[in-house]
Ligand binder design. Sequence first.
Ligand SMILES: CC(C)(COP(=O)(O)OP(=O)(O)OC[C@H]1O[C@@H](n2cnc3c(N)ncnc32)[C@H](O)[C@@H]1OP(=O)(O)O)[C@@H](O)C(=O)NCCC(=O)NCCS
Length: 266
Amino acid sequence: MLEITARVWEGTDYLPHVLDRWLADPNATLEVAELDGVVVGFQRLRPITQRIVLYEGLRVAEEHRRRGVARAMLRHALEEGSGQGFGEMRLITGNPAACGLFDAEGFHRLVHCQVWLAGRVEGVDLPRLVAADEAAALFARLRADPAYDAYGRVNAHWQDVSDLDEELLGRLAEEGLVRASGGGRALALLEPRPHNRLAASLVAGSGAALQDLLMGLRFEADSQGYEGVRLFAPVPHPASDDFAEVGYHLADGQVQRYAYARELTG
Ligand SMILES: CC(C)(COP(=O)(O)OP(=O)(O)OC[C@H]1O[C@@H](n2cnc3c(N)ncnc32)[C@H](O)[C@@H]1OP(=O)(O)O)[C@@H](O)C(=O)NCCC(=O)NCCS
């Protein structure tokens, strides 16, 4: 299986780092496809709620591609998911070529996020850390913000394509991953363990509150030793003018995110 991942994304695939954990995880289903006794592909199904199962880790060996292996595996996963009683399957991919497969197999796109980058800046006005007991009030604001629909009402990052709701905000706040400004008028959801840049999977709000928050993230990146900030924003994001105002630019050549969902019938 490691051989299959070695050539994915120029060797930067995250899978080799998680494979041991995946193999040992009793809560998810890891499936392999074999041809003549050789493993040519794999995929995983992992529940993210009682109703929703995440489809992840789809990989097909380079020499066996474009012969329908992924399509057959995905169809099997759909059967498996509905057989296990799930009502919906979600997934996120960074590969635009794979979108043709998901479109054709009945998924609808929740969101396509592009990447915005900004460098770190020295400064003391760090963004405010949100506490878990603020989740209800923050969610009420978020739900009224155009960004809520623009993000497809989900938090699109690799580990889970969860519903944007009060429970999620509370959970992320407990982990210290929610930032706000302007009395909650602007909001950012940070990603755990980012690589070289502080990363936000979602930013909402607009105007001065959002600009303060985005500047604050650049200060926070500096204070934590990151080279800058990476934002994931839907195409289009309702407040992208504010991004540019405070030094963020749309980046070429970065892995974008496409999140999908599909109903499962029992
Ligand atoms: C994406 C991937 C899983 C496809 O596997 P595969 O077995 O070659 O896919 P299939 O032959 O079943 O193709 C199914 C459909 O996917 C789309 N597709 C697959 N590869 C494509 C490519 N290189 N360019 C454009 N479309 C492509 C097409 O719509 C295709 O249907 P078609 O052949 O009728 O046009 C494989 O290329 C891979 O492992 N890539 C690296 C990892 C990755 O990107 N995983 C995606 C999910 S995270």
